[in-house]
Every structure is written in C-alpha cells, then in structure tokens.
Write a protein that binds this ligand. Structure first.
Ligand SMILES: Nc1ncnc2c1ncn2[C@@H]1O[C@H](COP(=O)(O)OP(=O)(O)OP(=O)(O)O)[C@@H](O)[C@H]1O
Length: 250
C-alpha cells in the first residue's frame, strides 16, 4: 500500500543567478507529522519554504500537494490547497485589530474551503495562541512576541492542513521558546495539522519534532529522527558540532 503524502517535493531546485539556493531536495510530509528543518545560515531553508508556498517558482523539480501538482503556481493556489506559512519577519497588519488579522487569512484562501475539525472560529484560533484577551486591540500595539503568535494566527486563518513555520521562536526568551514549542505540538495534536518548523533553537526543536531534515548549502544532508540526525557525521561536521550528541542522550 502506498501512503498518500500531503506534501511531496521531488528534486526541487531554486537558483538565483549562479547560486543554487536549493539543490535537488526531495521531501515528503504525511498527515499529522511534525517535522523540523535545521541548517546553517544560508542553507536554503527559507527558500525551500518560499518554493513550497508558491512565493517563488522553482528552477526545477515538482511540488505535489494532496495529489495535485502545484509547481510554479501562485501563493493563493497553495493556500487553497491547505498550505499556510509564516514569514521570518512577522508580517501582521498593524492597523487592523488582532481578530481581523486572523479573518484576513480566511479571505486569502477562499471562503468555501472545508475547514479541518476544530478550526471553527477566529476566537478559537486566538485562544489556541493565548491571544484571546487581545482580540480587539490594534495588532501594531501588541508586543513583538505576541505579533509572532499572531502571524501563526494569520496562517491558521486560512484553515490549513499544512503549516510551514519559519523561525517563529526567533528573538523569544528561553521560556517563550518552550511555550511556543508546546503550542506547535498542540496544533498538531488537537487540530491534526501537519507542521514543518524551521528554527535555529535546535535543542528545543529536537525535543518536540519526530523527524528532522538538515539542509546544508542547499542540499538535504540528513532526514531522520532527532537521535539519528544528531549522530550523523555529516550533520555534526556541517552544523551541530559534538555537543548535541551528548545533549540528545544515549
Ligand atoms: N531572492 C534572492 N535572491 C538572491 N539570492 C537569494 C534570494 N533569497 C535567498 N538567496 C540566497 O540563497 C541562499 C539561501 O538563503 P535562505 O534564506 O533560503 O537560507 P536560510 O537557510 O533560510 O538562512 P537563514 O537561517 O539565515 O534564514 C543564501 O545564499 C541567500 O543569500
């Protein structure tokens, strides 16, 4: 029996002039998976997200979402097929109320899509993110860490099946990073979302994901459980150093 993947990326490459930012990367995401992507600065992580959310057209390769090929299609096609993403720099609508930011996502993806169970209302999305008390505030007036959460709210407003999170924990305190990781787990556990999460806070990420892909100079150099990946010689050499092996335990 073959498993139908929600997302199936085959030999994806993105070139900028002479630079190969993503180099023949293949990857899959099954329903309900929580997968991390790690790798040094410039490894191609954000560019990978840009391609699998339609923000840039790949130079080569195929992107299939839930059985439909979307390679090179515009972002709203990806959104309508259930892909939502956040951006490295939070992009909320500062002059709109917090709750209206979440409503915007609904319009972006189209009103007539079927919503996954549990993602019924904007209020529930805000409650999941701990922002319910701020619903009527102007988004520009909430703190930067609350804006990071709201950006996830904007993505959730599209009622996605797949959530692509790009460094949503950047700039947060250690306690906030942990709280963020727990929220991401709950999104997967309670709303059956599939999540790919890029983060530089590697030790936290590795505690929460079941699988992690490692990018280095555009190539995928590893894809496995956190304990497999921290023992991978190429990953240690390229990115992690030796200390993660001890941190991850026996
Ligand atoms: N629009 C662009 N035009 C030209 N080069 C780009 C563009 N976007 C990214 N790059 C280059 O592609 C490479 C991969 O960048 P990317 O932002 O995907 O890496 P990253 O792994 O997300 O890094 P970081 O962890 O620093 O965010 C880098 O060398 C970057 O300078």
């Amino acid at each position: 029996m073959t498993t139908q993947h929600l997302l199936e990326v085959t030999d994806l490459s993105v070139r900028f002039g002479g630079l190969v930012a993503v180099d023949a990367v293949s990857a899959t995401l099954a329903a309900g998976e929580l997968v991390g992507i790690i790798g040094p600065n410039g490894a191609g992580k954000t560019t990978f997200f840009n391609a699998v959310s339609g923000v840039i057209a790949p130079s080569a390769g195929r992107i299939v979402v839930n059985g439909d090929e979307l390679t090179g299609r515009a972002p709203h096609h990806f959104a309508a097929h259930g892909i939502a993403r956040t951006f490295q720099t939070p992009r909320v609508f500062a002059d709109m109320r917090v709750i209206d930011n979440v409503r915007f996502g609904t319009q972006f993806a189209g009103r007539h899509r079927s919503a996954p169970a549990g993602l019924a209302t904007e209020q529930e999305i805000l409650a999941m993110l701990g922002l319910e008390a701020l619903a009527t505030q102007r988004a520009g007036d909430i703190t930067p860490s609350q804006q990071r959460l709201l950006e996830i709210g904007l993505a959730l407003g599209t009622r996605p099946r797949v959530l692509l999170l790009d460094e949503v924990a950047a700039g947060l305190t250690e306690a906030e990073v942990d709280a963020m990781a727990r929220r991401i787990r709950r999104l997967r556990d309670e709303w059956q979302l599939s999540v790919i999460w890029i983060e530089h806070a590697v030790s936290t990420l590795l505690r929460y994901v079941e699988r992690v892909m490692v990018l280095h100079q555009g190539r995928k150099i590893a894809d496995g459980t956190p304990s497999e990946v921290v023992r991978n010689a190429e990953v240690i050499e390229a990115y992690l150093g030796d200390e993660m092996v001890t941190e991850a335990g026996p």
